[in-house]
Each structure stands twice: as C-alpha cells, then as structure tokens.
Design a protein around this ligand. Structure first.
Ligand code: 0O2
Length: 221
C-alpha cells in the first residue's frame, strides 16, 4: 500500500477504533511507559544546561537560544510506524522509532551548534547510536538540522533511545513553518510553496554562514 493510501486510512476514525490499535494506544499513553522517556529528556536537558553555562562563560556569549523537549504522542508513534510499514506493537514502537524521546536545541550560530553536538556525541555518560547531518545533506524538502541519537541511562537502569535535534534560530523558523504548512499536511498544498521553501532553506544556510563570519570577524577586532 502506498503512502497516500496509508495516510487516508490513518485519517479515518475507524482505523483508531481497531481493538489492537486501542490496546497499543493505551500502553503508549500509560504513565509507566512515558515516565522513562521523560526522564531521558530531562537528563539531556540538565546536561545541556550545564554545558551551556560552561561554554557560554568561557566565550562570554550565550550559545543556546532555547531548548524544548517532548515525549512523542501515542497517535504520532502509531502514525509514524504505520507509514514506515513496521510492526504495530509496543516492541515495534520501542525498537523502530528513534525519537519517542526528543530534545530540540536552538543555537545562535552554526559553529556553536556543531560544538555542542560534538560534546554530546562524545560524552561518556551516553552511548552514541547515530547522527544525521541534514545541514551538510539537507532533506529534499530543504529541511536542515543536525540529529544525534543516543542511548541515555535512567534511574531504573534502562537505556532510553533519545533524539537531539540541533539547529540555528533561522533553521528553527523554517522548520516550524514547513512543519505547520507542509510536512504533515499530506500533499494538500501548491507545488510552488515547496519550491519557495526550498529557496528559503538555501538562503537560510547562506545567512547562517554570513552571521557566523560576521561574529568571528568582530571577535578578532
Ligand atoms: P515530528 O512530528 O516533528 O516528531 P529514522 O528511522 O530515524 O531514519 P525518521 O525518524 O523518520 O527515521 O528520521 P528523520 O527523517 O531524520 O526525521 C526525524 C524528525 O526530523 C522528524 O520527526 C521531524 O521532527 C524532523 N524532520 C525530518 N524531515 C523533516 C522535514 O522535511 N520538515 C520538517 N519540518 N521536519 C522534518 P517526525 O516524527 O517525522 O515528526
């Protein structure tokens, strides 16, 4: 079955009434399931806050503009898994999804974003799984961000897969807009809009580089 057909099924309320889907949603909504992922996110946020303070003090400027975290909703987990053609079960969700626990870090500058990424990727408190550099290799939509996927240990001894997305403020604006108007809108938009957004993404990359270069020049003055 193609993506469009699957999206149609997912948009139909009868899909969500199937007994196995109802049961899976119940598991994914349970406090015990969500608590572990919340803990992993909070552990990453604490570490990043500490790093931000240390690095910002030594550079005498702020490197993180903002951070947010979330545990993926049960609907979003099932939606994503179904589109990926993966087993719709608790195991499927836990093993196949990398971003049930998700942290987003918005930096002022491109080089700060990579510096933070390197610190986190090599931190011995975590186990590196993989990285995806959508800044060097943007997605066909134009999406840019640096993704890092790690195992994060939590109090009960479990290791929780967690995704950290690093991006600049400009990339964040682009991503929010595209997410809202296109990414999850099942093709209900003009093709021109996609093209215009791709153009903006390229302009954003240039802008980010230029802003970083201006800052570097000023730091040498
Ligand atoms: P949401 O609602 O933001 O959570 P993988 O198994 O890791 O290879 P995955 O997770 O699909 O497959 O990887 P990918 O493509 O790296 O996407 C992970 C997340 O990046 C997405 O999560 C989005 O948050 C973001 N993302 C990826 N591509 C785009 C894009 O084209 N536009 C925007 N705005 N965001 C994008 P979710 O669960 O798809 O969505």
């Amino acid at each position: 079955m193609g993506t469009a057909e699957k999206q149609k099924e997912l948009a139909d309320s009868s899909f969500w009434k199937q007994p196995e889907i109802v049961a899976l949603q119940k598991q994914l909504k349970s406090e015990t399931f969500r608590r572990d992922y919340e803990q992993a996110c909070l552990s990453i946020i604490t570490k990043l806050e500490k790093l931000n303070t240390e690095i910002s003090e030594s550079l005498d400027r702020n490197i993180i503009d903002s951070m947010e975290w979330r545990v993926k909703t049960s609907e979003s987990c099932i939606y994503k898994l179904y589109l990926k053609d993966k087993e719709l079960s608790l195991n499927g969700v836990v093993n196949r999804l990398n971003d049930i626990a998700g942290v987003r870090v918005v930096c002022n500058f491109l080089d700060d974003m990579y510096a933070l990424y390197r610190q986190m990727a090599t931190d011995s408190d975590y186990e590196f799984i993989k990285q995806k550099d959508y800044v060097k290799n943007p997605k066909s939509s134009g999406y840019q961000s640096l993704h890092l996927i790690l195992y994060v240990p939590i109090a009960n001894g479990r290791k929780i897969k967690t995704e950290i997305q690093f991006r600049t403020k400009a990339m964040d604006l682009w991503s929010d807009m595209e997410h809202h108007f296109i990414y999850k809108k099942e093709g209900l938009h003009e093709k021109d809009t996609e093209q215009a957004l791709r153009k903006c993404a390229k302009a954003i990359y240039k802008l980010d580089k230029e802003m970083m270069n201006i800052r570097r020049r000023m730091e040498q003055e």
